[in-house]
Write a protein that binds this ligand. Sequence first.
Ligand code: UGA
Length: 428
Amino acid sequence: MKVAVIGTGYVGLTTAVSLAMNGHQVTGIDLVASKVEKLRQGISPIYEPGLDEALKKVLDDGALTFYTDLTEAKDAEIFFICVGTPEAADGTADLTYLLGAVSDIEKVHSLAPQERIVVIKSTVPVGTGEKVAGMLAGCQGVSVASNPEFLREGSALLDALEPSRIVIGVDNPQAAAGMEELYNGVKAPRVITTRANAELIKYASNAFLATRISFMNELARLSTALGTDIVTISRGMGLDSRIGPQFLRAGVGYGGSCFPKDTIALLRLAAEHNIHLSILDKVREVNNTQPVWFLEQLCLQLPDLKGKQIAVLGLTFKPDTDDIREAPSLKLIEALLQKGASVKAYDPIGASDVSKQFPQITYTQSAEEACEGAQAALLVTEWEQCVQLDWKRVHQSMAQPLLVDGRNAWPNQEVKEAGFHYIGVGRS
Ligand code: UGA
C-alpha cells in the first residue's frame, strides 16, 4: 500500500522503516529539512539497535523516501500521524503538532481526494480520534483510525516487526479492512475496537507497567529493612503465570519519554472527568522519591558527601538508547552536587547530552576510569559496559571499595568476594 508517515522520531521512523520492510511504499515526512537530508543519506537521528542498517536497506530498495512537504505523498492511501505529544505545563498532552498534521492532511486531501485512512499512532488523550474525525468530516472518503504503538526504545524495530498485539480503533468496517490489509502478514493478535478504547489501552498499558515498577520499588524499601532479597522475591512472584516475570525489577525508578509523561496525562484526563486515580498518583510519588531513597542508602555508608568523589555509571534512562529524558541519573547527579560531592560519570552514548546540563562534572571514556579514586560507585543504568567490569582492577583503583547498585545488575556475590562493600536496591 502507499503510506505516508508524518513525524520521524522514535515511533515515526521505526514505523516507516518496518512498513517499508513489510513491502509497502512509504514516504516519511518531517518539517526539519536537515533531518530529512540526513535520513535520505541513511543516517538515523536516533540511536536504535539495527535501525541504521534497516534504514539503508529500504532506502536502497526504493521502498522509503523522505520529504519535508506532505504534498509529495498526496496519493497515499494511509496517513500515519506519528508526531510528538509532549507534556504541556499543566501535565496534559500538548496536541499542537498533531493538530498541525491534521490540517496538512486536510489540504493535501483537497488536492487529491480519494478513499484513505488517517491513522493516529501518537499517544493521545481519549477523545482525540473523535476530535480529528470531526475536523476531517468535510473530507470525503477519509476515515480516522487509532493505532497505538507499544514499541520500547532499545528494541523498537523488533517490537514494530513482531508486535505483541495490534490495536486498531475504527468506526467503520472499510477502515478496519484497510488496516487489516496494511498489517496483512504480521503475526500478532488483533484488537479491533472503538477509537476511544484503543486510545485508553495505550495509556492504561503504560500506567500499569509503571505501577508494577513502583510496587516493586516500594517493596524493595521494605525488603532492605527486613534484610530480604528483592531479586529472589521478584523471581518467586514472576513464576506465577498470573503475575509474570516482566517489569518486576526494582531499581532507581523509571524514566524515559513515556511512563513519566503518560502517567501524568492519564491522571489529568481522569481529573477532567472528576475521577482521582489514587493508585497512579502513588505510583508517581514512589517513582519521584526512589532516587532520594537510593541516595539515603549511599549516605548510610558515607554520611558526609562533601568533597567525596562519586562515580555515576550509566546516564541514559535505560540501556541501548541515547535518550536521557527523565533519566534517574539527572536527579541523582543534581542531588550529589548539592551535597558537595564531585562526580565522574560514564555512559557509552549519553554523556554529551548530559554534559549540556551538567558541564561541571567529569565524563570518562570507561566505567573503570570513572571509578578511579572514587569513594563510591553507583550503577544507575545497566549498560553492559557498566556491568561487566574488571573487578580486581576497579577494587585496586577506588579510594574506598563501595558499590551501590541501582539496578541490581552487578554480580553481588562476585563483588563481595572481590572485597567490595555491596549495596543493592532491596537486597540483603
Ligand atoms: C515504554 C513501554 O514499555 C512501551 O511498551 C511503550 O510503547 C513505550 O513506553 C511508549 O509509550 O512509547 P520505553 O519507555 O522505551 O517503553 O522503556 P521501558 O523498557 O518500558 O522502560 C521504561 C523505564 O522503566 C526505564 O527507565 C527502565 O529502566 C524502567 N524499568 C523497566 C524498571 O525500572 N524496572 C523494570 O522491571 C522495567
